[in-house]
Design a protein around this ligand. Sequence first.
Ligand code: ARG
Ligand code: ZN
Length: 891
Amino acid sequence: TVTRRQDYAPPAFWIDIVHLTFDLEPTKTRVLNKMVLRRNPDVPAQPLRLDGDELNLARVMLAGQGCSFRMEGETLVLENVPEGTEPFELEVFTTCNPEKNSKLMGLFMSGGDFFTQCEAEGFRRITYFLDRPDVMATYTVTLRADKARYPVLLSNGNLVDEGDLEGGRHFATWHDPFKKPSYLFAVVAGQLVAREQRITTRAGREHLLQVYVRPGDLDQTEHAMNSLIHSVLWDEARFGLALDLDRFMVVATSDFNAGAMENKGLNIFNTKYVLAKASTATDADFDAVESVIGHEYFHNWTGDRVTCRDWFQLSLKEGLTVFRDQEFSQDLAGTPSARAVKRIQDVINLRAAQFPEDAGPMAHPVRPDEYLEISNFYTTTIYEKGAEVVRMYQTLVGRDGFRKGMDLYFQRHDGQAVTCDDFAAAMADANPDSELARLLPQFKRWYSQAGTPVVKAQGQYNAAARTYTLTLSQSCAATPGQPHKAPFVIPVRMGLVGADGRDLPLQLDHWQRPVEGSHTLVLTEPTATYTFVGVDSEPVPSLLRGFSAPVDLEWEATPEQLLHLLANDSDPFSRWEAGQRLALRTAIEQIAASAGATSAAPLNDAYLAALRTVLRHPDLDAAFKALVLTLPDEDYIADQLDVVDPQRIHAVCDAMALQLATALQADWAWAFEEHQHTGAYSPDPVSAGRRELAGLALHQLCLAATHGGELVWPGRAYQRFKDAGNMTDRLNALSALVGSGHDLAGRALQRYYELFRHEPLALDKWFSLQARAPDRGGNVLPQVRALLKHPDFSLRTPNRARSLVFSFCHGNPAAFHRADAAGYAFWADRVLELDAINPQVAARLARAMDSWARLAEPYRSAAREAIARVAAKPSLSNDVREVVTRSLADH
Ligand code: ARG
Ligand code: ZN
């Protein structure tokens, strides 16, 4: 049944205290749950209804006595609880089967150890409870287990007691001093070892930080620990938010649906975001560890201390915490250029994932209005667009104003479960004289309206009047359930770039004095006109600097204007964007041109010359160069089109890529030689940038080589692959070979397998690389099918399933969208197969077909048929059902 935001009602009971006792056994874990409850006096008297899911109920005791109860489906209903508002005790005794728990929600096993995942609604798979975030309780947890098999027993908070029991068993008792919702509960038990670090923070308090992993993985925890230390220090320095626990634990498991989970004091992580060593993790992996460690740690305040009233408010904690982890990574990156690179990468990700979501059947507001399955709403809209909304507050009130808003938010709401409205109010109230405060009700449309707004820009220079007039207008397409949109508040950061390449001073006609550099225009109307005065010669506008709002900017710039920005713009984001626009325009023209007749040289000389200038530029950083020299990807191009022919897009992209590789061959060779590094591996932004650019160059050179270019490069790539001192260089060399289709690719893949067959995260890359390989005559799908049968493949391990099946369906459009529909049939089979194992992961895979309705024939009909086949399965999970039903609605 559908849950609606407008139906929110406070709970009829509060649970203040919880005592849990676990007897941990793989196939039958016993859970004794003693709760102290009381009626909520603000709600009319009603029966107590406790959530449960796949539990075996053994006993219920009310105030120490047996009592009557009944089941309504999975809900445990007690009619005869005491009247009045006095606290009373309820005891529930259940068992569950962690070993059979392939959904990985609740209590499950991974590598023989116990882990939990409770967000959003997993706690009800551990015991009967009011499993909703506005019910906050104090937890005391006793874990009992075989001592030899499970030497480490962890839960939230502080260890208050431990000791031995009869029969080789032992116990540990944990007490969490902070009240928390059930979704933040966690248990870990198993054979784990920890890297430990004691730190003293500014406030002078001592803390023990621990990173727990399986024995043998300890050498891969240094980066996670350093990231954690940086996180603690950063949150205190930037937001005045100190660690509030004596002990903070991070634990890694290789079976996890999501990236990680912010359980109070006991964060549980996918190994992918904890383990990193130079020989198996790339620079991007190191960055991901840093940002996810930061993300979960920052949740301690934005999520745990102040949590969500209900799941419609999810972006309250996720959008805010993503914003915080993005800021953290930027601050750690250090230089302005490295900060900009991080910002551009975040925008690339937003556009690659969130823009299509906003344009597809699953489009929903940052604060959704309804859901069938809440797990489906852990989306890029809630997370990344939510972060952009938080960033706009900061843009509107400034960094100091934002800090004031955060301070007020915690002053008001520490220890509470609140809403997005509460956050917005704190930001506005802390900045009463700001544009934000004035525009707050309209600004909040970012929470209620789905869809990516389009901002159209038009500029007009008047030489006689020495004015430059900029007209901005906004619109937003209909999304499911929202046919009409009201105007948004859109901060458009901009500058005017003069003929000499420098920013002109900006002076609007109504201002007294000009400002230097950039200014933020706040667009609130459907259309607004801004006239800049005192402009001596025609400038080029640089718009949406820093990507100041999550919108699509439509601007009919001339190629000359874009080339001017690419050569000069002081804002690195706009500079990069100018190059992307040039390439995008070429791609779209080529795609529109007579089908089948792809030009062998679609990119014009001026563009290629501009790229060469960037590549050889003496002052630009390598990481930035690599971004400018990377063409927009096939999915981003598809997103710009009304009718999508994936093969046509692929043909054009292939031609552009090949031309870029060949035309700049000498420059690529120079770049490769110039960006070799010496000395020990370090994942810092400067050396990572150099590796990135060298890797891109090698890729281009191998591609050129297989198309008549310089022949030495595949051999050199193979050599580099063999001798590389770190995974970044090794994987770049391997993907250069695989990407170019050279004969050496097979040999390299074989060798890689032998090297890394016992390193799960490195082996994931091996599966993924093959699933993303360029399609030659339809060879990738059979290859993927064969890999499904590989002894190291398992659909039950989410990371492995993602590395092969998702990489193919989500990450290789040309191989997936086959004229014979075999890609779609493969997708449907895997969705159904996965749904019986792990509905959350299956539903993610189901979303690979989100954009089917815009496909050209024959793809469209074939896709529809495959989705309909999935939808027709009677015993579908809510997760998958919601995705496929929405997909087929209105078609
Ligand atoms: N709160 C976690 C995080 O963002 C993610 C939990 C994922 N849960 C889910 N049902 N998908 O850090
Ligand atoms: Zn989060």
